[in-house]
Design a protein around this ligand. Structure first.
Ligand code: C5P
Length: 231
């Protein structure tokens, strides 16, 4: 493993209102460059969320998890990149044709497109119910290979899968890892967690951190502590 890997912090902007979200971004200030905009905020406020972040010099992971026919997904990626998304995600289970179309759209833009493999809310029983007999881990690996073969940038993955994916997919495959908890911070509903430093050592390119920053009385300091761990 390369010890020189740079692991960046993405703060998940999981807040219901735009003014709240932007007040948080302004409060965190220069410490955090990357923000994840998810379906809650985007569905309510649309591209304005992204524009406001870009106006503040931020980079945006547009977490839309697109999953549709290839043409629709490719066009959605073009739109996402046009409004300023720097990283955009799709469901890898959309299949090779959809991933190939996503990769083609990605190459026309400056954005990176990553695949979501198996949602962490899916266990063996949930997979079986939709006709998949593979274990979650086997399914993650299968989908990661589809993502890599299509030429997409990488995947969103859990801390638990990170070492396996780094080993199987090589050093260049982008890994974006949620479920991160600095030492001493409540795990909340996250079960398979890593500290920022452990994620860096396991080969994460990006860690996604929500509540440990948003719920801290001093969010800028919480972010600074995480960055210190990553340094
Ligand atoms: O607050 P917390 O740090 O748990 O937030 C993590 C963020 O990453 C949330 O936006 C959550 O939806 C997202 N995420 C996750 N686990 C996944 C995929 C996404 O926690 N497997």
């Amino acid at each position: 493993m390369k010890m020189s890997r740079k692991t960046r912090l993405i703060s998940a902007l999981d807040l219901p209102e735009l003014d709240q979200a932007l007040a948080m971004v302004d409060r965190i200030g220069g410490a955090v460059e990357w923000y994840k905009v998810g379906k809650q905020l985007f569905t309510h406020y649309g591209p304005q969320v992204v524009r406001e972040l870009k106006a503040r010099g931020k980079k945006v992971f547009l977490d839309m998890k697109f999953h549709d026919i290839p043409n629709t997904v490719a066009n959605a990626i073009r739109s996402g990149a046009l409004i300023g998304g720097d990283i955009i995600d799709v469901h890898a289970s959309g299949g090779p044709a959809m991933l190939a179309a996503a990769a083609e759209a990605m190459r026309e833009t400056g954005a990176k497109v990553i695949g979501v493999t198996v949602l962490t809310s899916m266990d063996q029983a949930q997979l079986e119910a939709i006709g998949i007999s593979a274990t979650p881990q086997e399914q993650v690996l299968r989908l990661a290979h589809l993502v890599g073969d299509a030429g997409l940038s990488g995947v969103v993955c859990s801390a638990l899968e990170l070492p396996m994916l780094r080993k199987e997919m090589g050093e260049e495959f982008l890994t974006v890892v949620p479920g991160i908890r600095p030492a001493g911070v409540s795990a909340g509903d996250q079960k398979r967690i890593m500290t920022p430093r452990q994620a860096k050592e396991a080969g994460a390119d990006f860690i996604v951190v929500g509540r440990p920053i948003l719920a801290d009385p001093e969010p800028a300091e919480a972010a600074a502590r995480i960055l210190q761990e990553l340094a």
